[in-house]
Ligand binder design. Structure first.
Ligand code: CA
Length: 226
């Protein structure tokens, strides 16, 4: 895999590069946020290791730029031990995972492998979860064999949920993934669209497959087959 390392501490960057190359990966690196964002967008990389405290743009800003253009590119944030709010922010703003420094190298390699698996697997146009079926090419959605008409925004939202089953997704995360980042983060557009989706997919006597997690966001649980 081709790994982009965005890390300003030369010692850590060298350690990462050496270890990853030894594990059979190819690396390119940047020691500041501007170069990191540029390389992530211009180069054909499979995964980004992104430090948070960086000269130029910080890691959060780099992540936002990546998410706008390459929403599917896996990003693993590297955080310092005392940066807990940053971790939450990292996941909120669309990082796929984070690792606290100092970390064992095996742990890093394992996370990279897991992210790569996640990336390879769901790139199909036909999604199925329980009795919910979505064909992204033909825009066809059915629930328990009943056709449902969704707008493309609703379909995008449903697709995002279906690609992250059982996972709590924050409003921020959904906002970055489905709407442009330029959208006002204080907007309730996510809630509005979740309501639309529920309205179109709710069945009498069956709980919605979209659960509201108070203070956190939403979770999609595949609807049970009858
Ligand atoms: Ca740093």
């Amino acid at each position: 895999m081709r790994v982009l390392i965005v890390e300003d501490e030369p010692g850590i960057a060298r350690m990462l590069e050496r270890g990853l190359v030894a594990s059979g990966h190819k690396c390119i690196s940047a020691d500041n946020g501007h170069d990191g964002a540029r390389l992530a967008l211009e180069e054909d990389v499979d995964i980004v290791l992104l430090d948070i405290m960086l000269p130029g743009l910080d890691g959060h800003e780099v992540l936002k730029r990546i998410r706008r253009k390459k929403p599917g590119l896996p990003v693993l944030m590297l955080t310092a031990r005392d940066e807990l709010p940053s971790k939450v922010e990292a996941l909120d703003s669309g990082a796929d995972d984070y690792l606290t420094k100092p970390f064992a190298f095996e742990e890093l390699v394992a996370r990279i492998r897991a992210l790569a698996r996640r990336k390879d697997q769901p790139n199909t146009s036909a999604l199925e979860a329980g009795d919910l079926k979505v064909d992204l090419l033909s825009h066809r959605v059915s629930l328990a064999d009943k056709q449902i008409d969704l707008s493309s925004r609703e379909l995008g939202l449903l697709e995002y949920f279906m690609r992250h089953p059982g996972q709590v997704l924050s409003r921020q995360q959904i906002l970055y993934a489905i709407w442009d980042y330029s959208f006002d983060p204080g907007s309730n557009v996510v809630d509005v669209y979740v309501r639309y989706l529920r309205k179109k997919t709710d069945r009498p006597g069956v709980p919605s497959f979209l659960t509201t997690i108070r203070g956190a966001g939403y979770r999609f649980d595949p609807p049970q087959k009858d």
